[in-house]
Write a protein that binds this ligand. Structure first.
Ligand SMILES: [Zn+2]
Length: 379
């Protein structure tokens, strides 16, 4: 039996134990709670971190897209680094609309230039009025000539009198106050009219010369006036050596070598066109002394052993030959002769078969066909 004293002690001890257990349980609960909150915080941090990561990812892709679009103009589009300017090559007549324009007081051969395009004091009522042409003081009966192949319409109007109208290089041209006019088709240099003094708005024999483009009156260039009034045409485009604007001297020399070598080897116009298309694509008809790899062109280093206007690699022939347009194109024509059935293939495919470019460039020759034809027609 326990004494009362002992029982009391025992109960105290039990109580103390219970208290201790209670405290332990509480401590455990607190610890669990703390871990729970810790976990919660970590979860939130992870979530926030992944949101940030997603944002970084999005920002990075935007940056990449932006950089690529900024870099695009400097990246190689294809193997050709040089482009012949579009439009300039469409017609040789464009040359008559470039260069110096006539000014009041200029001499055109024996004739003087009067008023040009612009506001002027009207000779009839003294008011400010737009003058849409250039006056050239030619005596009645001065022969006027076609500046190119044109079709002339002869018309009449109160103010301008008899006038000739024709389109030349997309410009509308009117020659006014004529004595007479020859309608119909005319070739370069043909007489299309005689200047005179017809119509009411003239104070003496002269040629009123209008050039319209997009419904705007243009000043008249010296070269066009010389062709029409003096029958002095611009130099023949077919000669070699850089008279054809839109192509540099170098490009002209390359093109002319392709054409003359082609004729010498009795290649057809179709086959010469293919050579020109290839040269336009590979080098822009320039005699490149290096490969036109983008890295090489930009930084002077790269892998390519391509050379010349046709960008022929070492296996094609000697360095000297590949850098001589006539020799290079002879290699090209010889390779072309080995393409069976080439007349049944598209021009692009013949070029691609000879050049064997990377797959993604195979179709890139076709876009030069019109330019190539145009250039060929000049020689
Ligand atoms: Zn006038």
């Amino acid at each position: 039996m326990l004494t009362e004293e002992q029982s009391k002690e025992f109960l105290e001890a039990m109580k103390g134990l219970q208290e201790g257990q209670k405290l332990t349980a509480q401590a455990l609960t607190k610890q669990l709670e703390a871990q729970y909150f810790q976990a919660k915080i970590m979860q939130r941090q992870i979530r926030r971190a992944s949101a940030v990561a997603r944002w970084y990812l999005a920002a990075a892709s935007v940056a990449v897209v932006t950089l690529v679009s900024i870099a695009q103009p400097f990246m190689p589009k294809n193997q050709s680094a040089v482009e012949v300017p579009e439009g300039q090559i469409s017609s040789p007549a464009f040359r008559y609309f470039q260069g110096e324009t006539l000014k009041k007081g200029d001499s055109l051969g024996a004739y003087q230039v009067g008023d040009i395009v612009g506001m002027r004091t009207d000779p009839f009522n003294g008011e400010q009025r737009m003058h849409n042409g250039v006056d050239i003081r030619t005596p009645s009966g001065t022969a006027l000539h076609a500046p190119g192949a044109i079709t002339v319409a002869c018309k009449e109007e109160t103010g301008m009198g008899r006038y000739a109208e024709f389109t030349f290089n997309d410009r509308r041209i009117l020659l006014g106050h004529l004595q007479s006019c020859v309608p119909g088709r005319a070739n370069t240099g043909d007489t299309i009219a005689y200047s005179g003094n017809s119509g009411k708005r003239t104070t003496g024999a002269h040629l009123h010369f209008e050039v319209w483009q997009n419904d705007q009156p243009q000043q008249v260039t010296k070269s066009l006036a010389e062709a029409v009034v003096l029958n002095q045409q611009l130099p023949n485009l077919r000669i070699n050596g850089g008279t054809y604007q839109g192509l540099s001297d170098e490009q002209n020399q390359v093109a002319s070598a392709y054409v003359s070598k082609g004729r010498e080897m009795e290649m057809s116009d179709r086959e010469i066109t293919i050579a020109l298309m290839t040269g336009l694509q590979e080098s822009g008809l320039k005699n490149l002394t290096h490969g036109d790899d983008w890295w090489f062109a930009k930084w002077g280093w790269g892998k390519s052993d391509s050379l010349g206007s046709l960008q022929q690699r070492d296996s094609w022939g000697s360095r000297e030959c590949r850098l001589d347009p006539a020799c290079a194109v002879e290699l090209f024509y010889n390779a072309m002769k080995k393409v069976p059935n080439r007349d049944a293939m598209s021009l692009n495919d013949v070029a691609a078969t000879i050049q064997r470019p990377a797959a993604q460039y195979r179709g890139h020759y076709a876009k030069h066909e019109n330019k190539a034809r145009e250039i060929l027609s000049r020689y």
